[in-house]
Design a protein around this ligand. Structure first.
Ligand SMILES: C[S@@+](CC[C@H](N)C(=O)[O-])C[C@H]1O[C@@H](n2cnc3c(N)ncnc32)[C@H](O)[C@@H]1O
Length: 339
């Protein structure tokens, strides 16, 4: 799925990356192709360990009509002379600093370079951004270019953290990072590649509506950027039919209106219209909004501000009920114990 799905795609400004593979031995920069901005927060860049010799870190800009599909990996491991630094994928959790794990904060404090989508960089505590030597952020696009930028910086000798919301293993960049490292002829071990987990949106959102996900649960993303819609529909049918609770990621965008409508249709085909559904927008952030509704009322919420690309939808199973404004999904204890 798209890790950074979007309804807007502002990549008009190309700025220079300070540490992709470069065309000379100097600290010369190559142009980032992803509209990223690089922010030097340390005193000097003269000791920045760039040093690859390829011509570019990525072949495609973002924001063009070609999209990410044409992004290609540029520099290979042989283009870098330096001893590699470390690459760590860090999950930030829902967004606010207090939702980050101590381990994530430590990993970011230790990173020389931080790479991420601008919205996530903006969520970082000041002490982390101020301490970083360099921050490279891009608007909501070009996740391949951005991930490659992080890898090239690590291959050039810098300790790099690539950040994302929630957990790096949930519709996020951890897998893409490993795939690109492999395609460059490098290895994960060479970069001491590590993943620092974060609280995934499904869990942050579940916490806001009580206990909706305590039994078998499946996550589905409605983004058809990387998985086609017929496949998503067929998975939704299977999951809804089998009675799992469901956490729905990437539920809505202007481009994805029909996907949301189709999803509601499929859910209503298999589930009672009164099935409780938790709708959580921007959990843990300033614009957080939470509602519990009946499944039959979900479709009309698609046109409201409650459901957008920062919303996760939690659909109860046949046993889920609402009590005291909380969703409760029994775990099954009631079948074994008296209470
Ligand atoms: C690209 S996925 C990233 C998921 C992330 N890696 C995780 O573990 O939660 C983006 C989707 O996560 C969900 N999401 C991320 N942050 C959220 C938040 N603070 N509140 C509600 N949903 C959120 C939304 O469904 C959004 O469309």
């Amino acid at each position: 799925m798209s890790t950074d799905d979007t309804t807007t795609n502002d990549a008009s400004t190309e700025t220079e990356s300070k540490c992709g593979a470069s065309t000379s031995e100097s600290e010369a920069s190559t142009e980032s192709k992803c509209g990223g901005t690089t922010t030097e927060t340390a005193e000097t860049t003269s000791d920045s360990k760039c040093g690859g010799s390829s011509s570019s870190s990525s072949s495609n800009g973002c924001g063009g009509s070609s999209g990410d599909d044409e992004e290609e990996v540029g520099a290979t491991v042989d283009d870098f002379d330096a001893d590699p630094g470390q690459l760590v994928a860090v999950g930030l959790g829902p967004g606010q600093p207090e939702g980050m794990t101590d381990r994530a904060k430590t990993a970011l404090a230790e990173a020389e370079h931080i790479v991420g989508y601008t919205t996530y960089v903006d969520l970082l505590p000041d002490e982390i951004t101020e301490a970083a030597e360099d921050i490279y952020d891009t608007p909501m696009c070009g996740e391949v270019s951005r991930t490659e930028e992080a890898i090239d910086r690590a291959l050039a000798g810098n300790d790099v953290a690539i950040i994302g919301s929630g957990d790096p293993n949930v519709y996020a960049l951890a897998g893409l990072a490993l795939e690109i490292v492999e395609s460059k002829g490098a290895t994960a071990s060479m970069l001491d590649f590590d993943v620092v987990p974060g609280v995934p949106a499904a869990q942050s959102c579940a916490a806001r509506v009580g206990a909706p996900l305590v039994n078998d649960t499946v996550s589905i993303s409605l983004s058809d950027h990387l998985t086609d819609m017929p496949t998503i529909e067929s998975r939704l049918h299977a999951v809804a039919k089998e009675g799992f609770t469901i956490s729905i990621y990437n539920p809505w965008s202007r481009k994805r209106r029909e996907n949301f409508e189709k999803c509601c249709e499929i859910l209503l085909e298999h589930r009672d219209p009164e099935t409780p559904v938790g709708v959580v927008h921007a959990a843990g952030r300033e614009d957080e909004e939470v509602e519990i509704v009946d499944l039959e009322d979900l479709p009309e919420l698609g046109e409201t501000d409650l459901i957008d690309m920062t919303t996760t939808i939690l659909v109860g199973n046949e046993d889920t009920y609402v009590w005291d404004d909380r969703m409760v999904t029994p775990r099954g204890y009631e079948t074994k114990y008296d209470y």
